[in-house]
Design a protein around this ligand. Structure first.
Ligand SMILES: Cc1cc2nc3c(=O)[nH]c(=O)nc-3n(C[C@H](O)[C@H](O)[C@H](O)COP(=O)(O)OP(=O)(O)OC[C@H]3O[C@@H](n4cnc5c(N)ncnc54)[C@H](O)[C@@H]3O)c2cc1C
Length: 454
């Protein structure tokens, strides 16, 4: 009899299984491959990574490098397997994907307390369970999750607008304000507005229509015969801006760039068009380009969106994208540990809870594995400090606005501002990293989080 079922043997599920087993739980991990394949996986190995073989930088003063440093301090199982399978890749952690997947499969299979069963789970199990079935969760399980959480809280496509650092926007051109001045009276308005005159608008549309796009692969196209009620609706409701712009030159000025109700305080007039950027985190360090879901390549997003006045030097912390991705509305459905608000013995981890990037998915698996074992032992949950990248990422996923929720990966905009502001981007990275590592080390000694059942 297992104490805990984990669904999905990807990065998050394997990390969660190891963390829970090392804390004395009997874990059964269900992986549907190789009997039931996804549309992109090729093997039956656990933790098969399907695209890039790079986990990103190891440099601690960069967000993804800091996250990996934190994971190593927390004895992450997946990080150890990745380090042991690494290839020469400069400052990045790249792995031999086959060696990595085989290492994870063999080591997890040999971990006391872990049983691995190759079987598709078609309904959310009733007992203690961590769902870590990833962006390509099988249709039957997706349906079961959406029945449990509510159809409106499970999504099948990422339709994500880019996010930029608000401090990188040129405020001599942009201004805070709300349509018809209906903003929060205590602030200057809820949106950062970048006004465009007619010529700037036309230049932007020309560049947008001609820009290089990412070709969607067949499995990323909307499925017309999908059994999921909200799958197509979500996709159709969010056309990429370049598709809208190609239909009719004025389309964006009546859509996401409409200027109605906005007055430029510097001219006292309505601009020809306006890009609005909405606050994306509590500290207002991040803002997203409202309604700008796109399939432009990342480099083209930087080139084209920087044509908008005020965004010339914008620092992108996340690019827009539209692709197949199953994920739940974490701020509505979950607590900070990944625990479901509806069912205390159900946790989510990995891409399905909205954490992004390989290291981000490992992190949410680690948090869920540790806290599920604490839940089952009636121990207090452990919330990672917000100054750490793990804590900041989990905090963002749960406390961001559920109305506008999009998956998120590690970035410095999620961390609380520094006590002493640092001007250079590089020095800022070092300062964030130093504070995070110190805070995590104190947290590890105070909580004894790295002590396992022998
Ligand atoms: C095509 C594609 C390319 C990507 N490229 C990148 C990239 O380059 N970099 C990056 O950081 N991220 C990338 N991602 C996102 C990537 O999926 C995650 O970063 C990471 O793999 C997610 O980890 P996970 O554990 O949440 O899910 P996964 O690694 O997908 O693991 C989930 C597992 O659950 C299994 N499963 C699903 N349903 C069931 C079921 N009902 N019963 C039992 N088992 C089930 C699956 O077979 C899978 O093994 C990509 C995703 C896709 C789809």
């Amino acid at each position: 009899m297992a104490d805990l079922i984990i669904v999905g043997g990807g990065l998050a599920g394997c990390e969660a299984a190891w963390q829970a087993a090392r804390r004395g739980l009997r874990v059964t991990l269900y992986e549907m491959r190789p009997h039931t394949q996804t549309s992109v996986h090729l093997t039956g190995w656990l933790a098969e990574i399907v695209c890039s073989n790079s986990f990103g930088t190891n440099q601690r003063h960069r967000p993804s490098g800091l996250l990996k440093t934190e994971l190593r301090s927390l004895n992450s199982f997946i990080m150890r397997c990745a380090d042991d399978s690494s290839l020469p890749a400069g400052r990045a952690l790249a792995v031999d994907r086959e060696t990595f997947a085989i290492t994870v499969t063999e080591r997890l299979g040999n971990t006391p307390g872990v049983e691995i069963i190759r079987q598709e789970i078609t309904a959310v199990p009733e007992g203690p369970c961590i769902v870590a079935s990833g962006p390509l969760t099988s249709p039957a399980l997706s349906t079961s999750i959406s029945v449990l959480l509510g159809h409106q809280f499970l999504y099948f496509y990422d339709a994500v607008s880019p996010i930029v650092e608000s401090g990188s926007i040129d405020m001599s051109k942009a201004f805070w304000g709300s349509r018809y001045d209906k903003g929060n009276e205590e602030t200057e308005g809820d949106y950062l507005n970048c006004p465009l005159d007619e010529q700037e608008y036309k230049q932007f549309i020309d560049a947008l229509v001609d820009a290089e796009k990412v070709e969607l692969k067949p499995f990323e196209q909307p499925e017309n015969d999908t059994p999921m009620p909200s799958a197509n609706k979500f996709f159709e409701a969010c056309l990429p801006i370049e598709v809208l712009a190609a239909r009719e030159i004025q389309a964006l000025s009546y859509g996401p760039l409409r200027p109605v109700g906005i007055t430029d305080p510097r001219t006292g007039r309505h601009p020809f068009a306006v890009l609005q950027l909405r606050q994306d985190d509590l500290a207002k360090t991040l803002v997203n380009l409202v309604g700008f879901q796109t399939n432009l390549t990342y480099s083209e997003q930087e080139r084209v969106f920087r044509l908008i006045p005020g965004l010339e030097q914008a620092v992108f912390v996340r690019y827009g994208q539209m692709h197949r991705n199953t994920y739940i509305n974490a701020p509505h459905c979950l607590h900070q540990t990944g625990q479901s608000r509806q069912r205390a013995n159900l946790f989510f981890a990995g891409q399905i809870m909205g954490s992004e990037g390989y290291a981000g998915n490992v992190a949410s698996g680690l948090v869920a594995g540790i806290n599920m074992s604490r839940y089952l032992k009636n121990q207090e949950f452990l919330s990672f400090p917000r100054e750490t990248m793990i804590g900041a990422l989990m905090h963002y996923l749960i406390y961001t606005d559920p109305e506008n929720f999009q998956p998120m990966k590690a970035n410095f905009g999620l961390l609380p501002v520094l006590d002493n502001p640092v001007r250079s981007k590089r020095d800022r990275g070092f300062a964030f990293s130093k504070r995070a590592i110190r805070t995590l080390s104190e947290f590890i000694s105070e909580t004894g989080i790295n002590q396992y059942v022998q």
